[in-house]
Design a protein around this ligand. Structure first.
Ligand code: FPP
Length: 261
């Protein structure tokens, strides 16, 4: 029997309500390489190809936002040659993908302690963020030197600074204010978090934002996760019932059932 093309699969996914914002913890590059007797950096390189393919597919199906956990605050503690290899790959990616990102109306964004990145990554990153600022088809956010706790600390510090200056009453601190003060301000609510490689943890990724996100774990290693696998996750999401604290009967009775928050 002939198997469906990726275009058929994507068009089926597109015909049903989609998550607005998907976050991915791209795990398993090192194991992928080690299983093939290759240096770990080759796993990261193949993982970059997955980044390209998954981003293309996300754009084709019409996700509003895709956030990729590319380098955590804790990843600085890895061996220096692996950190340097990852930084080289990031620079390469930003230079190589620039045209495609711009041609496809994608806004490139980044969250994390970006001032910790070396200048040879920071420069192409800042340039592409500025060049793509007005694009609206999809926001691709790279979480770089990112940690959810670090983000919450930065948010708390900004709120405290405003209060200390008399610009903010404690009673005015609300969920909306926290949302607007986080690095992810302006992004749609996070609807789905995907983690590859069989691990079942959030590992400091979008801690506040994932409060009501659906979680999807797959055994596949990130270099083996491509457009088809993204569509499988989206299909699973479309078959789940999101209740936001209500009962199933209440959700069923809503006049319009939406798959998004
Ligand atoms: C986790 O796998 C992955 C990372 C720490 C880096 C992710 C980076 C990429 C996918 C490539 C570069 C990114 C972009 C945006 C071009 P791991 O090394 O922890 O895997 P392991 O658990 O098998 O060792």
């Amino acid at each position: 029997m002939k198997s469906d093309s990726i275009a058929d699969i994507e068009s089926r996914v597109k015909s049903r309500p989609l998550p607005r914002h998907v976050g991915i913890i791209m795990d398993g590059n090192g194991r992928w390489a080690e299983a093939k007797g290759l240096p770990r950096i080759e796993g990261h390189r193949e993982g970059s190809t997955s980044v390209q393919e998954v981003t293309r597919s996300a754009r084709r199906v019409g996700l509003e936002a895709l956030t990729l956990y590319a380098f955590s605050s804790q990843n600085w503690a890895r061996p220096a040659d692996e950190v340097a290899g990852l930084m080289d790959l990031l620079r390469e990616y930003l230079l190589k993908e620039r045209e495609e990102i711009l041609d496809n109306g994608i806004r490139l964004s980044a969250i994390g302690e970006l001032d910790k990145l070396p200048r040879y990554v920071r420069e192409p990153l800042d340039a592409l963020r500025a060049e793509s600022e007005k694009n609206r088809a999809m926001t691709l956010t790279l979480a770089l030197s990112y940690g959810g706790r670090e983000e919450l600390v930065a948010m708390a510090r900004r709120v405290a600074e405003k209060a200390a200056k008399g610009e903010l009453e404690p009673a005015a601190v609300s969920e909306a204010l926290v949302d607007a003060t986080l690095w992810t301000a302006g992004l749609p609510p996070l609807d789905l978090v995907i983690r590859t490689s069989g691990e079942r943890r959030l590992s400091n990724f979008l801690l506040w934002q994932s409060a009501y996100a659906e979680l999807y774990f797959t055994e596949l290693l990130w270099p083996d996760f491509r457009a088809k696998e993204l569509c499988d996750c989206l299909t699973q999401f479309q078959n789940r019932e999101r209740r936001f604290g209500q009962t199933s009967a209440q959700v069923q009775a809503l006049p319009i059932r939406r798959a998004v928050s």
